[in-house]
Design a protein around this ligand. Structure first.
Ligand SMILES: [Zn+2]
Length: 301
């Protein structure tokens, strides 16, 4: 059973908005694409753990701290009196394993995630010990991109290759596990200790003036959206959405980028590219937010 679901990080959401409303370049663009790809791989792995039938607790995406060190666990499964942790690596293409090193073929050394497992294993161990509850931990790297190949993989590698993942899930499902109070307590503890705001963020600086204004299609992100009565129509993919839902979605994007910014009719009018009359924006805001102030000083919370 899924005990903690994965959600997109604020960092990824902000990057997605910046990617469509500005021109991300160089290392920012690369970082964003890696972030997006990592998330895609994790969601793909979730689609398998979601199907587990045995009595277990699945906790996705934990950010934890112990002794001033922050560490992340992509997926954690409490099953059969132990803890399985998974580090998901969505690497594409051919890789080579040699002397505990990982190379992208032909010969580009990349960080070997398997060597980092013992670090996160020991940090999780310390954290549980500090709270007086310990269980054996089994940490594994999951290489789940369908095109991933690992040449010269040692026999007993703490990793699952694409062709081994389904069997691993079947093995988990064949365990006659029964979740007990101790395991439930550990799940509760880990969720309560989860850090929701990551201190590590590589979002580049941005200014309101530099961002592209307008309403984007919720399906395809196109700015080619026109209004027909109370409906927004995307001329790119044909998707329709009510004006009020499209405006509110745009307000949410603004709030993600500028959490301190005041929501006013004029601001939302400008942010939506001036395609909706101010009176319609005022109506949408006053129905969905609370008014503060009067007349031209009104803002919405
Ligand atoms: Zn569209």
């Amino acid at each position: 059973m899924i005990y903690k679901y994965r959600t997109k990080s604020d960092e990824l959401i902000v990057f997605e908005i910046l990617d469509k409303r500005s021109d991300l370049q160089g290392k920012d663009k690369q970082y964003f694409l890696n972030l997006l790809k990592g998330y895609e791989g994790e969601v793909l792995f979730d689609s398998l753990t979601e199907q587990l039938q045995s009595d277990c607790l699945v906790l996705n995406d934990l950010l934890l701290e112990v002794n001033n060190t922050i560490f992340q666990i992509d997926s954690l499964i409490l099953i059969d009196g132990k803890i399985n942790t998974y580090e998901v690596k969505y690497l594409e293409g051919d890789y080579l394993y040699e002397s505990n090193k990982l190379f992208k073929k032909p010969r580009l050394e990349v960080i070997n995630p398997i060597l980092q497992l013992s670090r996160s294993e020991s940090l999780l161990n310390q954290l549980l010990r500090n709270h007086g509850c310990q269980l054996p931990i089994d940490a594994t790297v999951v290489f789940n991109h369908p095109t991933f190949t690992l040449y010269q993989a040692p026999l007993h590698l703490q990793a699952l290759l694409p062709t081994q993942i389904n069997n691993h899930m079947k093995t988990l499902d064949s365990i006659p596990s029964k979740i007990n109070e101790k395991q439930k307590k550990i799940a509760e503890l880990l969720v309560s200790l989860h850090i929701t705001k990551s201190p590590f963020t590589k979002v580049p600086s941005y200014r309101y003036e530099e961002l592209r204004k307008g309403i984007t299609c919720e399906m395809c992100d196109s700015f080619d959206v026109v209004t027909e009565g109370r409906t927004c129509l995307c001329r790119e993919c044909g998707h329709r959405e009510s004006v009020s839902s499209a405006v509110l979605r745009s307000v949410k994007e603004y709030q993600m980028l500028f959490p301190e910014g005041k929501i006013t009719t004029n601001l939302v009018y400008d942010w939506c590219g001036g395609i909706h009359p101010k009176r319609s924006i005022r109506r949408i805001l006053s129905t969905n937010f609370m008014n503060v102030g009067v007349n031209q000083w009104t803002y919405y919370v």
